[in-house]
Design a protein around this ligand. Structure first.
Ligand code: ATP
Ligand code: MG
Length: 415
């Protein structure tokens, strides 16, 4: 690399090899599972007007106040690279009249951008899978959404990750809890982190989410939401938890779990690796793999009608770190052309094989003696060598895969 070759932007990744296979495996599994739950795919713009995020997520959140990639375009509009999916999907719901489809179950995946300090499992361009149910007020929606997340993790083969569940109550419960938190933290204001001192009056719930040691010592004794829940909010939470039990989804109560964003009501949750588990070792300090909750107030913040909704998002990179090594799959068949006169025969064989739905590689360049060795190294099940005017077959594996390939080659007249 020469000195004047431009470098990649800090916090971006060029994903390749085993990491890219693990990434694709997460997305493919998500695609399969979202179809089982009948979520519809949406493709969303990567950028939106800045106000979509600042109004939906809230000015006082870290995401809006510190992490957004915002810029003025050539027309003078303030635009922002999306830091999350939910706000853009909510905007689309309103601007496209998707109310007619409510309750609407949608799924999306793709890149997101946050100006954060890059470290293991934390990037400036990262990727999420995302699922939302919009226009559904019933706790059954929360249950279905959580059952889907749980099944996804199981199908990915991820173990040692537990659903931590909380309720933030309805607007009244939340308001009373908020007032009690302000009173509690005001008494120790001087000992809190600078960030939390600032959060205190504007957004005290977020102090509970703080990772700063100076704040953490006060968290255990802070007022608990359960003391402020209205009867309605209690009943809602009970329906969610009994639904989860019925669906066989294991969960654990997490009284001080709040989510970083302003728009949450009622259910809030995170899937977090268990202490001491392999998943916790793999992820280090960046522990939450999947998080979300109910955001009944969000549509109104974008000027829409009150619209209950619930959703979650998970970092694809963090999930990919937990799925274990996913090697690049070996080809079913390799065609080696050692006799240059047979190149056309080789080419027609390899295209017949691919048209029949089998994966194949053709090797017909480079030193003739090395071509066969290259084919062996690719680790295919079957090698077809074209040499001295003849076609020769070599089987590299035993068992059912080989049986299947032998039958297919026979159909193609290549045996
Ligand atoms: P954290 O507390 O780790 O900053 P968050 O609360 O900001 O997470 P959400 O906004 O809920 O995260 O996003 C959902 C998921 O997206 C997270 O659980 C995580 O898996 C992933 N995620 C969030 N930010 C990043 C990032 N900068 N790099 C990689 N993955 C991320
Ligand atoms: Mg964050």
């Amino acid at each position: 690399m020469s000195k004047n070759t431009p470098k990649a932007i800090r916090g971006t990744q060029d994903i390749f090899g085993a990491d890219a296979e693990a990434f694709a495996y997460v997305v493919e599994t998500f695609e399969r599972v979202r179809k089982l739950y009948r979520f519809r795919r949406v493709e969303m713009p990567v950028f939106e007007k800045t106000e979509v995020f600042s109004r939906a997520i809230g000015e006082t959140t870290d995401v809006v106040s510190k992490e957004m990639y915002s810029f003025e375009d050539r027309g003078g509009d303030s635009l922002t690279l999306r830091p999350e999916f939910t706000a853009g999907i909510a905007r689309a719901f309103l601007t496209n009249g998707w109310q007619q489809h409510a309750p609407l179950k949608v799924a999306a995946h793709g890149p997101l951008f946050r100006y954060e300090r890059p470290q293991k499992g934390r990037y400036r361009q990262f990727h999420q899978i995302d699922a939302e149910i919009i226009g559904a007020a019933e706790p059954q929606a929360d249950v279905e959404l959580l059952a889907m997340a749980d099944q996804l993790l199981k199908e990915l083969g991820i173990e040692g990750v537990t659903l931590h569940l909380n309720t933030l109550g309805d607007a009244d419960s939340r308001e009373n809890w908020r007032a009690a938190l302000i009173e509690y933290f005001r008494a120790v204001k001087g000992d809190l982190s600078e960030d939390s001192q600032e959060r205190l009056e504007k957004n005290p719930l977020r102090i509970l989410d703080s990772k700063d040691r100076r704040d953490k010592v006060f968290l255990a004794d802070a007022p608990k939401i359960d003391d402020f829940l209205t009867d309605e909010a209690t009943a809602f939470f009970e329906s969610v938890t009994s639904g989860l039990d019925a669906a066989g989804v294991k969960w654990q109560r997490a009284e001080s779990l709040v989510r970083g964003l302003d728009y949450y009501r009622h259910t809030a949750f995170e899937f977090i690796p268990d202490e001491g588990s392999a998943a916790a070792d793999a992820l280090g300090a960046q522990s939450t793999v999947l998080g979300g909750g109910r955001y009944d107030g969000l549509m109104e913040s974008l000027g829409g009608p009150a619209t209950p909704a619930v959703g979650w998002a998970a970092g694809i990179e963090r999930l990919a770190m937990l799925v274990g090594e996913k090697g690049e799959p070996q080809p079913d068949i390799v065609v080696v052309v050692e006799d240059d006169d047979m190149i056309a025969t080789g080419q027609s064989a390899v295209s017949a094989i691919r048209n029949a739905g089998l994966s194949a590689e053709i090797i017909g360049t480079g030193g003739k003696k090395k071509r066969f060795d290259k084919a062996v190294k690719l680790g295919s099940h079957v090698i077809i060598a074209m040499s001295d005017g003849e076609r020769r077959l070599r089987y590299q594996t035993e068992g059912p895969v080989r049986e299947r390939l032998v039958a297919a080659l026979k159909d193609l007249g290549l045996n």
